[in-house]
Design a binder for this molecule. Structure first.
Ligand code: ATP
Ligand code: MG
Length: 366
């Protein structure tokens, strides 16, 4: 019996079709072969020293779906300093809330201490330099940690010592129903952190899941809040968005939910002005991006921006030639500058990356 069918059977036996699954421990052995061996070492060492430690988030979700997780995050009741004492390869990062990063040859594994959402709302708007919301820098229980996560399917924990899935928010039911559901009121959660709007679209595209109805309404109504996300954080999520391996699907959903204009307004304008040729061009490039990721090739951020902003660049260049009587070459250079200047108002694009984008454009022009 396949892994997914095994899970379906366990669900059926335990719950039938009812949604009363919150707060449950389900005995379900995930083969350790599927779990990163360094993640297993960390989990075992934490457990040996008396701490509760679980795999959490995307890794558990993807393992249950029979997919290969991208990374293996760990959550524990050990405090950052206690984690550091146990692992020589540990570095603590973050100023207000500290996370442990464990360094290995080919990866970093993030180990976070269970956190809770403070009751006091006065802390709501504290952000770090890169825009992370910092109101949740209070340690908590595993259950509190679950409720502050974004979607039910991302709030599942796997305890290797008991071979059990811990589900406080009904994530197993939603996985089964192919549904992305926000934990709590979607309007509130998207206002609290508008990046979740991009995240829900990314997961819908990547996992081929349906966005729950109210969450869908929140995405449609609140996408303008993405303007308020600090540019460095938006860049970070933007890169995750387009390198999820399902960028073509994700882009189609961005257009469907009218979110593109908030993160790439010039691309949206080019689509409005020319439609089919621009759409065709971008979709072809995104398909290529996805294929590269499927083949374990790398993708370049410069290439990504270069094709997403290619038509805006041509439009700017034409405009300068027509309205300012500029020659092709200076118009091209001026257009490069103007397009990037506009885009960096929305997200950080480092000087080096801007240089690489212009290089890519120059090659394309030749
Ligand atoms: P992927 O496979 O794409 O990495 P993921 O679910 O692991 O998916 P991450 O961005 O790596 O996504 O985040 C890890 C976990 O942290 C999520 O599963 C979720 O539980 C939590 N999380 C991340 N970002 C947020 C957010 N903005 N709000 C609430 N919880 C979040
Ligand atoms: Mg992840």
């Amino acid at each position: 019996m396949s892994f997914v069918n095994k899970i379906k059977k366990i669900w059926k036996n335990f719950f039938g079709n009812n949604r009363e699954t919150a707060h449950c421990h389900i005995n379900l052995k995930i083969s350790h072969d599927q779990i990163d061996k360094d993640a297993l070492t960390i989990l075992r060492r934490l457990a040996r020293h008396g701490y509760q430690a679980c795999l959490v988030g995307g890794a558990v979700r993807d393992l249950l779906l029979g997919r290969q997780p991208k990374d293996f995050d760990i959550a524990t009741n050990a405090r950052p300093r206690q984690i550091k004492r146990l692992f020589r390869n540990c570095r603590l990062i973050g100023r207000r809330f500290r996370l442990a990063h464990l360094y290995f040859k080919d990866k970093i594994i993030e180990v976070s201490t269970f956190r809770s959402t403070p009751k006091k709302q006065s802390d709501d708007h504290h952000c770090s330099d890169d825009g992370m919301i910092l109101r949740d820098n209070v340690y908590g229980t595993i259950e509190e940690d679950a409720w502050r996560r974004d979607f039910t399917i991302n709030a599942l924990y796997y305890d290797i010592t008991k071979s059990s899935i811990i589900d406080f928010c009904g994530g197993l039911d939603d996985l089964k129903a192919n549904l992305i559901r926000t934990i709590g009121d979607p309007f509130l959660r998207c206002r609290e952190d508008p990046v979740r709007i991009l995240r829900v679209i990314r997961f819908a595209a990547k996992l081929n899941m349906t966005i729950e109805e109210t969450a869908e309404k929140a995405v449609l109504q609140l996408s303008c809040l993405l303007k308020d996300v600090p540019p460095s954080r938006l860049f970070h999520e933007f890169m995750k968005f387009f390198s999820c391996g399902y960028a073509l699907n994700a882009f189609k959903l961005l257009c469907k939910y009218n979110v593109l204009k908030e993160i790439l307004p010039l691309t949206q304008k080019a689509l409005d002005d020319h439609n089919q040729p621009v759409k065709h061009f971008i979709e072809k490039a995104l398909k290529n991006t996805d294929e590269r990721l499927t083949n374990n090739d790398t993708i370049s951020a410069a290439f990504l921006f270069a094709f997403l902003l290619w038509h805006p660049l041509l439009d700017y260049k034409k405009k300068l030639e027509r309205q300012e009587n500029m020659k092709a070459v200076p118009a091209f250079h001026q257009a490069c500058h103007d397009v990037l200047k506009q885009q960096i108002q929305h997200m950080v694009i480092t000087k080096h990356l801007r240089f690489m984008i212009i290089e890519t454009w120059s090659l394309q022009l030749q």
